[in-house]
Write a protein that binds this ligand. Sequence first.
Ligand SMILES: N[C@@H](CCC(=O)N[C@@H](CS)C(=O)NCC(=O)O)C(=O)O
Length: 299
Amino acid sequence: MALPGLALPNSQIVLSAACTGPHVTVGRPSRARFVYSLTSVNRKLIVSSSSINNPYTTAGGMVCTQQVAAGEDEHELKLLGTWRGPFAMRVRLALNFKGLSYEYQEEDLANKSDLLLVSNPVNKKVPVLIHNGMPICESLAILEYIDEVYHGIGPSLLPAHPYQRARARFWATYIDNKLVAPWWKMFVGKTDKEKDEGTKQTLAAVDMLERALRECSKGKPFFGGDNVGYVDVVLGGMVARMQGTEALCGVELLHATKTPLLLAWMERFGEMEPAKVVLPKVDRLVEFAKMKRAQRALI
Ligand SMILES: N[C@@H](CCC(=O)N[C@@H](CS)C(=O)NCC(=O)O)C(=O)O
């Protein structure tokens, strides 16, 4: 099929098409006809479908976007991140647990790459996942994108039931607001008061997450049950920080009697191969974090 200015010789989905403004109706030999919207991003053709029966849409019929471009690998994934950040780490964990290959680009946040600035012009933060040229920002949005686009490839991150999905999203947001943010305050708070507040909030979050794990796992090894799921990878991004907390902040975060489930979860998670290969070594993280904190204190 030829579209104005674009040829799609290797397309899997296009057999015949009739262009009508921004839409194109596409037929497959063995499937019904679908209506796709066409957009061009970075001079590449994006085909979006809203058909419920389409293999590129989720069971609920939500729109997902697949890119089809001439001669290109349809699963080209590139991740911009840092080795130590919990947000990029959760994306790497998700990609690894789903068994997806990707190119990783380490960013220097003091000297951000043009690719990062162009891909995330609003926040200029990592992680950014670039899927066939399409940038996706915000780690939780990226996780959901991966889960939707690669539905059926590797284990699902989010549970199938809408109620369980909503709960998983709730705990993911909780981790961001009540654990990741206060942990940072505990670590680099400007005053002792600020550090103490951060410590109290972090410890309260850990207690709450112990309860959440008990409820969500129902005696199974992970928040996701038998398998690592959305909440597991979100919290997984914090594993190295949690393990380094005592050395960095003088606070015992997880405790064999107070938070036995979380402690066991952390050890179990850290020993799994998809996690092991990306989680930073605690000593390296501690050394780096101490050095950064010392530099901040001098500014
Ligand atoms: N809410 C964002 C947070 C991302 C974030 O804070 N990234 C940090 C690194 S851990 C960053 O890129 N900081 C650079 C900056 O603030 O300039 C997400 O979940 O992706």
